[in-house]
Design a protein around this ligand. Structure first.
Ligand SMILES: NC(=O)c1ccc[n+]([C@@H]2O[C@H](COP(=O)([O-])OP(=O)(O)OC[C@H]3O[C@@H](n4cnc5c(N)ncnc54)[C@H](O)[C@@H]3O)[C@@H](O)[C@H]2O)c1
Length: 339
């Protein structure tokens, strides 16, 4: 490996462009060397300022000797095949969430990495790096509020050009919150039940405002509100009640302004603004772990389990009933939980 980690990025939309820029400007021991997007102009506009090479194919980028490690930020259905290619070539990858869009795809990636016997993949479940979430985790791990009993999360989004289906709400968005519940409660999900409603009256068959209730193996309960068209901007937070108290993520970073008889605080417009710092911390930690050879952060197994719970949620939407989650045995490679 060269002195600086040579990173390639596949998919340069909102997320990939931010990762590419962070690699280029925010990480001393890495540089952006390769970019691929099916929109060649978009790829070129990201590659050019960094002096990176534009590839016409994501799999060629992964195979190239000029690339040490890869960030996969193309659309969700492309992740599993690209992540498998990274494993085939022995390349480390930061794979955006979800790891796959179906459980067989996620299982194939986990099986391939487990047979390699070496962790090469980190999944972009980036709440793990958000300082506000980390402060909640630290409070919980220090035992300050006793043992955690109830998790509550909220994930309110600006509208998307194409409103998502019920399943996309779970697989594309709620995976973050499912991860937060597992990570902060330090436990696995045993049951998922989803109730929802629709913000868009013309799409009553698709639930874009969902209340996801989960039962954890140890008996704690988690609930998450995912709203895909909040009407006011972007907001994510968590709250945990324990046997001796309660902990909540700190409020927004923005100042409180009093003016004209009102007191107001600006809400971030989207995830790129809300989690700007977390994305930098995430790529720095990923690069450091690749260079040191000590993998950390959310694993492919976390990707598999969060997707499994999200798909159980989709089944719950279809059946109107709670759905049991019964994953296979945790492979030895993933024996240590992400802290
Ligand atoms: N971790 C997070 O907080 C977070 C936030 C947003 C998005 N994401 C994830 O990042 C990924 C990208 O999301 P986005 O919001 O940037 O979407 P986007 O639509 O803005 O960008 C996707 C890009 O991928 C390109 N693309 C399409 N097919 C491709 C292919 N086969 N190979 C290479 N490039 C291809 C598109 O041209 C586009 O530029 C998704 O998987 C999404 O779930 C994660």
């Amino acid at each position: 490996m060269s002195e600086q980690l040579r990173v390639g990025v596949v998919g340069t939309g909102g997320m990939g462009t931010r990762h590419a820029s962070n690699i280029d400007h925010q990480v001393g021991n890495a540089r952006l060397v390769a970019v691929m997007d099916i929109d060649a102009d978009r790829a070129a506009s990201v590659a050019e300022p960094a002096g990176a090479t534009v590839f016409a194919d994501g799999f060629e980028l992964i195979a190239s000797d000029t690339v040490d490690a890869v960030i996969l930020a193309s659309p969700d259905p492309t992740h599993a095949a690209l992540a498998s290619a990274c494993l085939d070539h022995g390349k480390h990858a930061l794979v955006e969430k979800p790891l796959a869009t179906d459980l067989a795809g996620a299982a194939a990636v986990v099986d391939a990495e487990a047979s390699l016997g070496r962790r090469l993949l980190q999944v972009g479940l980036m709440r793990h790096y958000d300082p506000q979430h980390v402060a909640v985790r630290d409070t919980l791990r220090r035992g300050e509020i006793g043992h955690p009993l109830l998790f509550r999360g909220w994930h309110r989004n600006p509208p998307e050009a194409r409103p998502p289906t019920s399943e996309e709400v779970l697989v594309n968005s709620a995976v973050h919150d499912i991860y937060s519940a597992r990570w902060l409660l330090n436990d696995e999900i045993s049951e998922v039940f989803v109730r929802g409603t629709t913000i868009h009256p013309e799409r009553t068959d698709q639930l874009d405002l969902q209340l996801i209730t989960m039962v954890m193996a140890g008996g704690a309960i988690a609930s998450v509100e995912v709203n895909k068209d909040s009407g006011f901007g972007y907001e994510v937070g968590v709250e945990v009640s324990g046997s001796h108290g309660m902990v909540t993520t700190a409020p927004h970073h923005t100042p409180v302004v009093r003016q004209d008889g009102a007191m107001a605080q600006t809400v971030e417009p989207d995830w790129l603004a809300r989690f700007a710092e977390a994305y930098i911390i995430e790529v720095r930690a990923w690069v450091a772990s690749v260079i040191s050879g000590r993998p950390e952060g959310p694993t492919a197994w976390d990707g598999y389990l969060t997707l499994g719970a999200a798909l159980a949620g989709a089944e719950s939407v279809a059946t109107g009933a709670p759905v049991a989650v019964d994953p296979p045995k945790r492979p030895a490679l993933y024996s240590g939980r992400a802290k």
